[in-house]
Design a protein around this ligand. Structure first.
Ligand code: SF4
Length: 144
């Protein structure tokens, strides 16, 4: 694959991440894991869709799906270490990004929920989450 295509896809991923950082948060301590792995999935989904030749609407759709299906994801690392469930969770999110790309490729790019709306919802959901689930390791998997 030409290097230029890879660089453009990485730039697209960076743009998606920057939008979320500016309009919401990419911090597990502020919004839970949806803001970390959820956003990373959206970034990867957008990048791979661009590589697959997606239109701007399809790229946005792939990113939207990548984040939408991580809404509400809590941050509860065991012993406060970014290992369990983080490592496996990243791998699953990478696979999900590929799936989001495939769905977007099979569509014409039209979709009901915009990426901006999912970003707003992610921020609201994150603020509604108890602090137990925001990097404090006092709830969820981290509890035992
Ligand atoms: S669960 Fe792990 S990967 Fe997810 S936000 Fe918390 S520390 Fe980060």
């Amino acid at each position: 694959m030409p290097e230029k295509r890879i660089i453009r896809a990485l730039a697209t991923a960076g743009l998606i991440g920057a939008i979320v950082k500016h309009n919401a948060s990419i911090s597990g301590a502020e919004v839970g894991c949806q803001g970390e792995i959820g956003v990373a999935c959206a970034m990867a989904a957008a990048a791979v869709n661009q590589i697959f030749g997606g239109s701007p609407n399809q790229i946005e759709y792939a990113a939207e799906m990548g984040l939408e299906h991580h809404l509400g994801l809590t941050c509860d690392p065991v012993c406060g270490l970014v290992q369990i469930p983080c490592i496996e969770r990243n791998a699953f999110a990478a696979a999900r990004a590929m799936d989001a790309n495939m769905y977007a490729c099979l569509s014409d790019g039209r979709h009901n929920i915009s990426f901006d709306k999912v970003v707003r919802t992610m921020l609201e959901t994150g603020h509604d989450l108890p602090s137990l689930y925001k990097e404090t390791s006092t709830g969820g998997l981290a509890k035992d």
